[in-house]
Design a protein around this ligand. Sequence first.
Ligand code: ZN
Length: 112
Amino acid sequence: MPDVELRAPLHLLLHVLVPVALARLCWPRDWKRAALWMLAAWVIDLDHLLADPVYAPGRCSIGFHPLHTWPAILVYAGLALPKKTRWFGIGLLIHIALDGIDCLLMQASHAT
Ligand SMILES: [Zn+2]
């Protein structure tokens, strides 16, 4: 299992690559706008500023930071439905999914 020195940069990279790749794949004619909206979803990481320390490599953000809890995730799913906010909503859900994968890797590496 990748350790934290590898996991943190990989995680940041995925936060950029996945939205851009999805935008190119699903909305090839409008991918730049779609990618920008999905990248804008990164703002929810501002809730990390409320935590102390702001960043802890071994901490799972899902269920810990206020914008990474289930009520917030339900709102994001709702945002993904109307056409106007769809890209932003999808971006938020991608963000949560990537953070969730990070948590799973974290737990897996703790278990060994
Ligand atoms: Zn996050």
